[in-house]
Design a protein around this ligand. Sequence first.
Ligand code: ADP
Length: 510
Amino acid sequence: MLREYQEQYANTNEQFVFVNKIGVVLESDNVLFKIAKDSSIFDFHLFFESLESLFDGNEEEETKFHCIHIYIDSDLYIVDILAVVKRAGVLLIIKNLTDHYNSYQTITQTRNESVIKTELTVLKNLELQERERFKNSFIQNFSHELRNPLMSIMAISELLADTKMSNEQLQMLKFLKESNMNLRLMLEDTLSIGMIDAGRLEIEKKLFGLQRFFEFIQFTYTAKAKNKGLKFVCSWDGKIPEFVEGDRLRLFQIVTNLLDNALKYTEAGTITFEVQLNQKRANKASVQFRVTDTGLGISLENKEAIFESFFREDASENIKGTGLGLTIAKRLLELMGSKIQLTSELGKGSDFYFDVLFKYPLLSSIEAIPRKNSQEAFIGSLGKEQRKFKILLVEDDEYVQTTLFKILLNTNRFKIDLAYDGALVFQEVVSNNYDLILMDANLPNVDGIQITKLIRDFPFKNIKDIPIIGITANAYQENIDQCLNAGMRKVLIKPFEKEELLKAIAKALK
Ligand code: ADP
């Protein structure tokens, strides 16, 4: 019984052929191919011609051939062939391994494909990383370039404030300063976009004047709307606390994005900005902000999509935009635990609104909040001593250098030397007795960080310990850490205000 089965299965894949020394077929079991007796094996398939030289080999000599492709009537057989030299001829054992080789090939192919796929994914990731790097370095360079001119504008506004001005000029200067401030905040925002993407942006909880915020928006947008021939209606709910704890910068960004859109997408009619109290409870106030317009409106099917990055309802229209404003507004509100809401009708107008929950302090604690210190406060903080402090100001940007110089000079408490090149600083420091160095971190030749390290390593105490305040246009944390690690006491990020500078100097000189 078993023998029967063995015969049935054992031979199905193997053909035995015996040929004489000149290749004539003496016997074949024809399990796979029909090879006629007395025919020449060389005629059966070209491959066998290559065996001719073996036929004169020594008896019992075995040669094995793998993966031979044999086509019979357009059917492909992939076989291994064992040739054994015998006394009377050559025994050929042909083993059909077509399935085996085919599946092997499939496995190899699949493996190759998966290797290629992995390599493609790696390449794609590299490309994404490269793009991310480009975006970050673009934002970094861009904000870097803006910082110096903005610093000059801010500093000159400060200097103007110290001159004699009419009430009207003072009022204009006040708004000029606030606009500078907002420009500065925008600059920080540009840097923050990357951080929102990376989920690393934190919402501040600092005390600020919400009513003042409202008045500033009212002043700015009344002018903007008037320019476009639109009416701007504002309303402030008197029950809202004047001061609240929150993120003024982010709130400003959200509200101005909505108002800018309302102006952009409205040709005639009215823009409304309303700030209403929802409720006050346990030192917390829920406030609703609402921006309404009588403009183009938004179609129902795009009500969700307009909050996605780069989505513009009609990109072909003649209105400029990036398609990022609403995305930022939405994401910032999410971080504040709020949600932007929209009702709109195409052709009639739009109504965007959101609620923010603010903590607010008791009135008595607000009075205790130090007002921004004035120049007098600064002078007071330097003590009664009337000697002038000697400062070395190292800054390569001519405009920034001049404005900082004037600010310091106006206090009448400093003697100031100027340097613009890192290489000259050391010489100055050794030959003068400075009380303080104010130094740009990124100077030509030898940079401020290197100089700080050199000074800190100096053997004489009077030089080694000179307080150094860094100023930089690079707001990235790594740069600030490098400055502090090198031994700077404080790093001021351009553009900074006069008060910030004077405060830092007073602290360093104590
Ligand atoms: P941008 O205004 O730069 O295109 P936004 O993200 O601020 O980008 O807005 C996305 C899209 O939403 C706009 O392109 C516009 O089609 C639509 N949109 C936003 N605000 C309004 C509005 N007040 N009225 C009509 N359409 C608006």
